[in-house]
Design a protein around this ligand. Structure first.
Ligand code: HPA
Length: 286
């Protein structure tokens, strides 16, 4: 499943990937951006300086999802040095959680201080509509294993990391201000990660809502845990692609999710780009 043997520890695998990256690319990003379903085109719009396909990185887990390319794009949005993941790795593809978060950890090792997470989700909140953007305020990840299970990687972070403010209040404030300035409606809420790949049953959507979730997806929370463990500042926006099952009568398809994300993409890209620039100037490059 990965390109090296299974006896390597997560820390050794990370080191292997980092050395492979270093031997090919000379670029230090400040902000890491993970693009969700249907949002990959943003990476083609930046001032690209280098591209690294996942399959060129020794030990790297390879994405198998249609609609997800598999590469890191390095370059600039305005003057912000970025690494962008065009295509992420999902737990439902069969990877271990430590493989799923390896790219996040790798981007941390490349030098990124901020992680900007995006995804497509289904609404658990009945007030939401398809096409809404939701600033992630917090998350529920207990339906997937923690990516921190196993020997702690001390060089990244502590064994028992605090999770009281996974999504930085300060960065959230910057994104909210940015959305306001652009006149883009921005919801706020809690994201819950389930394993997928099946969409939820109506009762499961109801359960997620009862637990306090506003949006449901199959990624992101595990990456946020790994990034928080490694001391990154995190911000996340979810593109609500559909209403959760039971909130609508129509059966869900991956095609519909991609189409909805594609439709929302121009506005989403505008919000992300402006937010990245504002975060860099107000928080990193002070
Ligand atoms: N459920 C889970 N993940 C999703 C959905 C959904 O309805 N839509 C897009 N990603």
């Amino acid at each position: 499943m990965t390109q090296n043997n299974i006896f390597t520890t997560p820390e050794e695998k990370l080191e292997l990937c980092f050395n492979s990256f270093k031997s090919k690319i000379d670029f230090k990003p400040a902000v890491a951006l993970i693009l969700g379903s249907g949002l990959g085109a943003l990476a083609d719009e930046i001032d690209v300086r280098a591209v690294l396909n996942y399959n060129e990185i020794e030990g790297f887990p390879l994405s198998t999802v249609p609609g997800h390319k598999g590469r890191f794009v390095f370059g600039y949005i305005d003057d912000v040095p970025m690494v962008i993941m065009q295509g992420r790795v999902h737990y439902y593809e069969g990877y271990s959680m430590s493989d799923v978060v390896l790219p996040t950890r790798l981007m941390r090792k490349m030098g990124a201080e901020v992680l900007f997470l995006t995804n497509a989700s289904g609404a658990a909140n009945p007030d939401f509509s398809a096409g809404d953007f939701m600033l992630i305020t917090d998350q529920i990840s207990n339906f997937v294993p923690s990516p921190l299970i196993g020997p702690n990687i001390d060089s990244l972070g502590t064994r028992f990391p605090d999770m009281s403010e996974i999504y930085s209040k300060k960065l959230r404030g910057i994104v909210k201000k940015t959305a306001e300035a652009l006149n883009i409606k921005l919801r706020e809420g809690v994201y819950i990660q389930l394993t997928g790949p099946n969409f939820e049953s109506p009762s499961e959507v109801k359960m997620c809502r009862m637990l306090g979730a506003d949006a449901i997806g199959m990624s992101t929370a595990c990456e946020a845990i790994a990034a928080n463990h490694a001391g990154m500042k995190i911000v996340g926006i979810s593109c609500v692609a559909n209403l959760g099952c039971g909130l609508t009568d129509t059966p869900l398809t991956h095609k519909e999710v991609i189409e909805a994300a594609d439709k929302a993409a121009p506005l989403f890209k505008k919000l992300i780009k402006a937010s990245v620039v504002n975060i860099f100037h107000e928080e990193l490059n002070k």
